[in-house]
Structures are given as C-alpha cells and as structure tokens.
Ligand binder design. Structure first.
Ligand code: 6PG
Length: 239
C-alpha cells in the first residue's frame, strides 16, 4: 500500500491524472473501472484538460465499479457525470465505453454486466482482471456501492451484485470484492475532512474499521494506492 498525500483536492486530481496517463502509455489495451463521486469528477476535468490530447484514448477501455439504477441522462448517473467531465472532451471510441445500463432491471443488469466483464477483460486467477480500479470512499466507509449494512455483498461469488443505498433506497449495480482485489492496481481517491475518521480508522486499523467495506480493499497484486488530500489524511498516525 502506498499513501500519496497532497495539499488539496486539485493537487490530488493533478497527481492522479499524471499517474493515470503514465499507466496508459504502453500502447496496449488498458481496462479501467471508474467511480462516481466528487473527487473523480475533478479528476476527469483535469484528465481531459491536461491529458486530453496526449493520451491515446483508443487503447483505453472504460467500465464502472458501480452505477446508480437510473437512466443515462439522469443527473444521478455516474455515466452522465463522466460524459460531462471527460468523454465529451476527449477522442474516445464509443466502443471503448462499457457502461452499466442503469435503465435496465437491476438484477438482470448485474448479470449482464458480470458477463460483459468476464467476456471483455483478461481472465487472471480465474477472474476478470482490470488494469486499474478507481474507488472513492463514502463518509460511512462504503466503496463502489457496497455499503456497511450490506458488507456481505463484498464476499459474493458473483462479479456484480445489486446493492441498495442505506438512506435513499436507491438500487445500484456494483462490482464485488473479488473483481476489485483481482485488479493489477487499485487507486482510492479520497478527499475532504468528512473522510478523516474512516480514513484513519482503516489506515491505522482501529475503531470500527472491520465494518467498513473500504477496509476490505486489498488487491492480490499488492498495488493499492491511496490518493488523499491533507484534509482527509490528517488523522492517520501510522504514516
Ligand atoms: C458513487 C461512488 C461512491 C463514491 C463515494 C465517495 O457512485 O457514489 O461510487 O462510492 O465514490 O460515495 O464519494 P465522494 O468522493 O463524493 O465523497
């Protein structure tokens, strides 16, 4: 695990974008699972603005770690957010965008998307393997769309499951623990003082860390990066 702590959210976005661009520079297919949330949103803006013309987007295949079960033109859609902040500004082939169809029946879509990942991604250790999974972390310690009240979904033998947001009841399709931990690299993008408590509990392995899905992220490759701003990282004692 590597902690990469920067002074503010924008610097996190800048530094992660440099990292992302460096990962895609090997001219072979690069399969990345995106996250929703406020930090990825500014990362996409920086990626588009600063690397839009230098990255060969024709080799980058985009997937999602989770999607809200809404239509693609709904303001809640992670896909819509990505179109607005990234895809509308770069030259990426439509065939490289493998969105979760939020408008479909959730159970059927979880099954369909599991098949898409199994059929499209390289199979390593008997499981689909992303080159990179980008994750956020909720104030409650959720990641992707696996929430503490449904932490058992992490251990599902399915590649994707249907989750339910604990407050809104909104259904979501999410990838599960084995798909995340089979990735070559996993990068958390976590910023803001609202994350302090959970970040320090997880990174210092104290308090309620065992009940947070984000605590279960441990790629077999060992390549786990936490991109944090100082606001989110201030409580960590084991730096
Ligand atoms: C989503 C995200 C979710 C997000 C966290 C953190 O669909 O909402 O996948 O897991 O990453 O809620 O969001 P912020 O970065 O906005 O705090």
């Amino acid at each position: 695990m590597k902690l990469k702590i920067y002074k503010d959210k924008n610097t996190v976005a800048e530094e992660f974008s440099k990292f992302f661009a460096s990962q895609t520079g090997e001219n072979k297919e690069f399969h990345v699972a995106l996250s929703g949330g406020s930090t990825p949103k500014i990362v996409f803006d920086v990626l588009a603005y600063e690397f839009g013309s230098s990255v060969d987007w024709s080799v980058v295949h985009f997937y999602w770690g989770d999607e809200r079960c809404v239509s693609p033109d709904d303001d809640q859609s992670n896909y819509k957010m990505t179109v607005e902040h990234l895809f509308s500004k770069i030259d990426v082939p439509e065939s490289n965008i493998h969105r979760i169809l939020g408008e479909n029946d959730p159970i059927q879509e979880a099954q369909r998307y599991s098949t898409v990942l199994i059929d499209t991604l390289p199979n390593v250790n008997g499981y689909p393997q992303f080159d990179l999974v980008i994750l956020g972390m909720g104030d409650d310690g959720h990641t992707a769309s696996i929430f503490p009240h449904e932490i058992e979904l992490w251990h599902s033998d399915k590649v994707c499951e249907v989750a339910v947001h604990p407050e809104s009841g909104q259904k979501r399709v999410t990838i599960t623990g084995d798909a995340i931990n089979n990735a070559k690299t996993v990068a958390f993008l976590v910023t803001g003082e609202s994350k302090v408590e959970k970040v320090s509990e997880i990174l210092d392995q104290k308090g309620g860390f065992k009940s947070y899905p984000a605590n279960l992220v441990a790629p077999k490759s060992g390549n786990l990066l936490w991109f944090l701003d100082e606001a989110a990282a201030t409580g960590i004692t084991s730096k």
